[in-house]
Write a protein that binds this ligand. Sequence first.
Ligand SMILES: *Cc1c(COP(=O)(O)O)cnc(C)c1O
Length: 354
Amino acid sequence: MTDLPVRIRPEIAALPAYRQGRQASADAFKLSSNENPFDPLPGVVEAVRAATTFNRYPDASAARLRARLADRYAVAPDGVHVAAGSVSILYQLASATSGPGDEIMFAWRSFEAYPGLAAVAGATAVPVPLTADAGHDLDAMADAVTDRTRMIIVCSPNNPTGPVVSQAAFDAFVARVPGDVLIVLDEAYAEFVTDPDAVTGAAVLGAGHANVVVLRTFSKAYGLAGLRVGYAIGDHRILDAARSTGIPLSVTAQAEEAALASLDAEDELLERVRHIAKRRDALAEALRTAGWDVPVAQGNFVWLPVGERALEVAEAFDAAGLIVRAFAGDGVRISIGEEESTAGILAAAASVVR
Ligand SMILES: *Cc1c(COP(=O)(O)O)cnc(C)c1O
């Protein structure tokens, strides 16, 4: 690393620079970041517009939103932690639990942020390969626990492949992991799940495992990706540690107001989520009928496991005005977007098979 102007930690210099899903041109569909295709609801926009005292710092603990969420999950307000996106909380928990020599485990392929947060904490990433049907191999993960394991992330539904972890499998996993190892259940796509056997944060919290923290976000189902607000529910002593490692005052008043207004408008928002889930099921089924090996899709995206052809396949979609996300060597993830994008996806997919 001789081309760096200052001394950078080698493991940080080695990280790939963050590349966002490409911004779509006006006539293309942006299906690369699992965003909500619906415009924000008028009531939510109004709430953000009304939050004009931004010459003042926001409420550091987002107390109103925490109280609201605490009610919903029947926990004390200290058992809720709000941050600027649930990715922030992942970083906070990583630095709170793990340092050099410690291990942070996750399934792979999974969410792109996971390897980086281990590196930033100075810890060692332990990726455990997915099963053949693109789900978590929780037995292999439990087998991979060592006395240096500090944090294990379980992503259900798994981004980018789609399958959920079942409640039974999750419970069996928790029983096998030592009680002093943090297990994070990343439920970024929980609202899109239609499988009744899927693990739910609510059931996990109800079981009272002190070492499990549940992460949720307003970015996906609630359509607030641009405002940055997510939360964790769990033991207040773990969340206190996360609060200690977080950058203070990161959640803006606008984000907090938007989240509160979204909870007020939840019925309407969840109706949209049901549309997206139906659109997802129809698309996955049509792709399977066309011969694609699409795994179970329970998020707001479908996965094409095309392996080495990922970049080539993504380019074919690109050329058809569909911006999708390629994961080199593994596959292509297509977010469920506007209804009108479906026909184009099927046409582009058909052109690839040829
Ligand atoms: C999108 C996503 C998140 C949440 O992102 P934020 O916008 O930071 O709340 C967390 N985990 C996974 C797996 C995601 O895909």
